[in-house]
Design a protein around this ligand. Sequence first.
Ligand code: ADP
Length: 433
Amino acid sequence: MKAVWSRAFSYALGIALFVYLPVRFVVDAHAALWTVFVLVLGFLAWHLHQLARLIRWLRGPLDAPLPESRGLWDVVFAGLHRRVRIRIGQQQVLTETLESFNRAAQALPDGIIAFNKHRQIIWINTRAEGHFQLSAATDSGQALTNLIRHPEFVAYLEAGRYEEPLIYRSDRREGQTLLIQVIPYGNEQNLLLSRDISQLERLETMRRDFIANVSHELKTPLTVVAGFTEMLADDFAAYDPGEIKHYLSLICDQSARMQRLIDDLLTLSALETGTGAHTEERVEPEKLLRTIHAEAEALSGGRHVITLTIESPACLSGCSNELRSAFGNLASNAVSYTPEGGRIELSWRVRDGFGEFSVRDSGIGIAAQHLPRLTERFYRVDRSRSRETGGTGLGLAIVKHVLTRHQATLEIQSQPGKGSTFTARFPPQRILG
Ligand code: ADP
């Protein structure tokens, strides 16, 4: 401010000298007046020139270099320049803050749509674009209810009662379920948050199906056991010893069936939760397969020809109890689903560094459409046949879990009427020389 005043004072002094000197030293009054006039005109022209430079600079780009000037104009230029710089700095901070908010909102795992009181989209993040198949570039400014016409969604927005979230099952993307919540904010604006809960829904459905399946599996044997025991308890004397023996053996069969189911459920649960004792040890396939071969022979009761081939002396690193349960399931399935007189081959080999345990049978085989679902819990190709064989429907689910825990895969080749081959493939790091 001091500088401005001192410059203003020098200006005033200059003007006073401009006028005084010609009047004082130019004798002719007419000539003195002309001199003053010319000097004032020059002074004015210089100021107009500076003004023109200022206007040019103001119209130019924001980062144009500051024109150099003298006197008061220097102060004006510098002052304006300082203001512009401060404003640009503030704008930069604001832009960076906005960009960082934008990046944070884009990185959120939830979808976000900001919309106004007319339900027009103000802003939308990438996740929400995916959830609703919208595009920020083309759909901003459009009414949400014009873009998403799902009746439940429209009714939810129109009702304006946002305390409760909406479970939105998309008709655009099959199997997608979104949890939608609207949060009003600011000046009649709203934030719509969407979260993909499809996975949770699937898990919930699986849980419900599982409970229904277990109840169903237990219901049949329980009904048989309850029916016969009630019958015998009511009037035991009315039945002859032969009948009683027959009923008791039926009760025994059904109890054993329930026992197997509970055992398999416990095994599966221990595998799934990882609570079972999983010990890594050196497993000798030959020893293990000899035990399984003997069990299969016992199960078959001489109805099949069961062979065992050990092509490699290599051992396997894994949990022998779990492997025994998995291989045992594959072998007992082969016995159950191969008609009398059929062949069953158990084998162990190492091929391209991978250890392969196979069970090949000449049984009933499986149609191709069933193969991808075979390891699902309670999935059976033929329910009544599985029950006849005493199957729980959990055997292959257990096999799959055991193999996954050993980083191994299960390959199934089968042809209806010709037989099946189940192969468990172990990765090279599990094969011990
Ligand atoms: P289950 O206790 O019913 O045998 P699994 O999970 O072991 O249950 O097998 C699922 C289904 O796969 C069986 O119900 C059967 O339909 C089919 N399956 C399994 N192994 C064989 C096989 N070796 N030959 C033909 N079908 C088989």
